[in-house]
Design a protein around this ligand. Structure first.
Ligand SMILES: [Zn+2]
Length: 324
């Protein structure tokens, strides 16, 4: 038996039935594409001064034609992300890392994510595929705004590193302004911040969170999570979080003493953004209690065997900080 290239469950196909349904509208798509990596059309994302995986990642748009995935300029319902070239560590493992991290988010911690999986170009080069959550089956698009847009931050008005100059506390304030279902949605944002910390995603910046805009009611809700990965495996000098926790340069005494965010900081953040202490405790415990499940997913993943223990070790260190 092989394993599903999306959820890791045993299956004799490339993807199990349930993942075929979610990822490919029920079509039996092979995990090996009929083409190799395109050599042209590689466009690089905006470069900030800060080292980041997202800054070097190449993306292509793809769509399904019967049971085959093809590249497309228009009407793409998928984004494919091959291995990036650059000087970070273990670059060839970036697709497997993103896939694993998205699967842990969804399967272990119930975070809403778009369907995603691992695929290979014809010559065996690995890639990560994710279904776009802003494009519907009929091709219509949902309105979506990322937090850089909501905060009115751009390279023009805030410089090259604009997506890093903000705090999670201020992000919550923006949500309060736009999201009518704030008490529900803020717990989701809080959960994502905790998850990113636990999983060592140091690149959860302003553009990696978005809201859907409901045209009819003019109301907003959080979109599914995206671009999640353990960035520490690839860049060991990266700061622990992409954004500061608190506005106006506030830091807790504990942070001053240890220069690391710990449980105290998460509780302080929770209280500042309107989450009651017992709720915040409960949410943090959810993320610190699933050690076995995380290890199981890592071991089933497509990550190079030699990197699996490193991934687990990094998460264990963060879990300890969250427990303290
Ligand atoms: Zn599956």
């Amino acid at each position: 038996m092989a394993k599903c290239h999306s959820c890791f469950k045993e299956t004799s196909d490339s993807y199990c039935r349930s993942c075929q349904k979610k990822l490919f509208d029920g079509r039996k798509v092979n995990h090996i594409l009929s083409f190799t990596r395109p050599e042209f059309n590689e466009h690089r994302m905006n470069q900030s001064d800060r080292l980041s995986i997202s800054g070097i990642q190449v993306k292509y748009s793809a769509k399904l034609e019967k049971k085959k995935l093809v590249l497309t300029e228009e009407g793409g319902r998928y984004i494919i992300k091959p291995v990036s070239y650059g000087s970070f560590h273990h670059m060839e493992n970036i697709p497997a890392n993103e896939h694993l991290t998205m699967q842990i988010a969804n399967q272990v911690f119930d975070i809403n994510t778009p369907p995603n999986g691992i695929m290979y170009f014809k010559d065996g080069e690995v890639l990560y595929i994710v279904k776009r959550f802003d494009v519907l089956y009929d091709g219509s698009k949902l309105l979506q705004e990322d937090f850089a847009q909501l905060a009115n931050r751009s390279e023009e008005n805030a410089g090259k590193n604009y997506k890093y100059y903000y705090s999670y506390e201020e992000m919550a304030e923006l949500m309060k302004k736009y999201v009518a279902a704030y008490p529900v949605e803020i717990e989701k944002l809080y959960s994502m911040i905790i998850f990113n910390y636990l999983i060592c995603n140091g690149d959860a910046h302003l553009k990696n969170f978005s809201l859907f805009r409901n045209e009819q009611f003019g109301d907003y809700t959080l979109t599914p999570a995206y671009d999640l990965m353990n960035t520490r495996i690839h860049i060991n000098i990266e700061p622990d979080t992409a954004l500061e926790f608190f506005k106006d340069n506030f830091t807790t005494e504990e942070y001053k003493a240890g220069s690391k965010y710990t449980r105290v900081d998460f509780l302080e953040l929770g209280s500042r953004i309107g989450i009651k202490k017992d709720r915040a405790e409960k949410i943090i415990s959810r993320f610190t209690s699933k050690e076995k499940e995380v290890i199981e997913k890592v071991n089933h993943s497509f990550l190079l065997d030699g990197l699996k223990s490193g991934y687990i070790e990094l998460v264990n260190q963060r879990r300890e900080r969250l427990q303290k």
